[in-house]
Design a protein around this ligand. Sequence first.
Ligand SMILES: [Zn+2]
Length: 306
Amino acid sequence: MRQRTIKKKVECSGIGLHSGKKLRLVMRPAEQDTGVVFQHMGADGKHTLRPRPESVVSTGLATTLGFGGRKIATVEHLMAAIAGLGIDNIVVEVYGDEVPIMDGSAASFVFLLRSAGIRKQAGSKRVFRVKRELLFERDGKAIRVVPHDGFKVTYTIQFDHPLVGEQTFCLALSPETFMHEVAKARTFGFMKDVEMLQKNGLALGGSLENAVVLDEYGVVNPDGLRFKDELVRHKILDFIGDMHLLDLPMQGAFHVRCSGHEHNNAFLRYISEHRADYLEEVALASPDAAAAACKEPAAAMEPALA
Ligand SMILES: [Zn+2]
């Protein structure tokens, strides 16, 4: 399997979730073995940042990367789109301190990247393959990973809300499954939290245009949900983006319960710090087995996570 980049420069603009300001984003092709590179384009020039687990400085509201006093917030949906479409090498220029929230999902980024076109490069795709099981648990949140050819995630959420309750979804990642099953799932929040955030000057760009908002009884958005289980699908989207902050994409089968950006990052830091024990770098000789179906029922994993 060969490395991929985009064929040409593409750009978009949109509102920042944190600031509510209009922001511009430009994406450019990159040489093989470049990886994903962010460039913060500020009044004082261009500063380069390679996303890494330890460059995450905040996980409230969204995943924020920081470096030398500068920051780029809300990277996870874009990182998920890059991972989902199997793009290895790309330069992302951010004009402002945030990646625009767009419609709260990864759909706009998928559209943009696909309209640029995807180009195969000469070098083999390199990945970190998980080589032994790791169970990472804290405060009722759990991520368990076992060796697997490809990236597969079975995710369970639980909210004490009449519309949500417990939801489980399994995704075996490939560009097709990503586009059809999770890319369109939007971020979500509860009305009481949204009101509190905005009173404190946070989530100023958040609205029904870019989030599913729930009140005590159901969905506030007039058009309702895009999927019956849109919330858990969005958590998978976030998880894909948050796991894509290593220098190479990870391969393994993940079983996740009630995690979020903070726990995702704690897990990623742990596995990165102990990479000699858990990860091996391999070059993929043949097409990966990512689309190998989600056969085992999620319930089979419950005892290990209980
Ligand atoms: Zn999200």
